[in-house]
Write a protein that binds this ligand. Structure first.
Ligand SMILES: [Mg+2]
Length: 179
């Protein structure tokens, strides 16, 4: 079940400390779209997340949006924030994560994955050897299939996250975001 555990959990994307990522040598972020950056099928970007994206840019961390949603939806959003993207990614398959790293020019050692779903973002990221950060979904409004999967997620997340991941990336850091 370890493969379903995120290395870290935070409430929302802006709680991922960019300076901390830089300090850990992170060069690329693979991020989910729906319910991670925006509400499901919405294009509105809240000021806090817009600010966070800007901070990433300022620190030279590259961003790739990796989404299972359709091309048009993902492209429209990616263009507004000037990010590269991969749509119809079929997460948790590894292929999308590997393609994203190839677009970013990064490796599993210096790339993190951020997303709101255990069975797509976390599972796919872990399978690809990446550091995974799980956020709470922005909104409860989502695809009906996802709503059913959330029940299973809650079961999986009841267990504590593995220590070794915490040690590896965020040694002696705050307890912020820990369940
Ligand atoms: Mg999502």
């Amino acid at each position: 079940m370890k493969i379903l555990k995120p290395a870290r959990r935070v409430d929302a994307v802006p709680q991922v400390n960019v300076a901390e990522l830089v300090a850990q040598g992170v060069q690329g972020v693979i991020i989910d779209l729906d319910n991670t950056l925006t509400e499901w099928n919405e294009n509105h970007l809240c000021p806090e997340i817009a600010c966070w994206l800007e901070e990433l840019k300022c620190h030279g961390i590259k961003l790739c949006i990796l989404s299972n949603n359709k091309e048009k939806r993902v492209q429209t959003f990616a263009e507004t924030c000037g990010a590269t993207y991969i749509s119809n990614a079929r997460k948790p398959r590894r292929r999308g994560f590997l393609r994203a790293m190839s677009l970013l020019g990064t490796t599993p050692e210096n790339t993190v994955v951020i997303g709101d779903q255990v069975f797509t973002d976390v599972l796919g990221g872990n399978r690809s050897g990446l550091y995974t950060i799980l956020v709470n979904p922005i909104s409860r409004r989502e695809f009906i299939g996802t709503r059913l999967v959330r029940r299973l997620e809650r079961l999986v997340l009841r267990e504590r996250q593995p220590r070794r991941w915490r040690k590896r990336f965020f040694r002696q850091k705050t307890k912020e975001g820990q369940p």
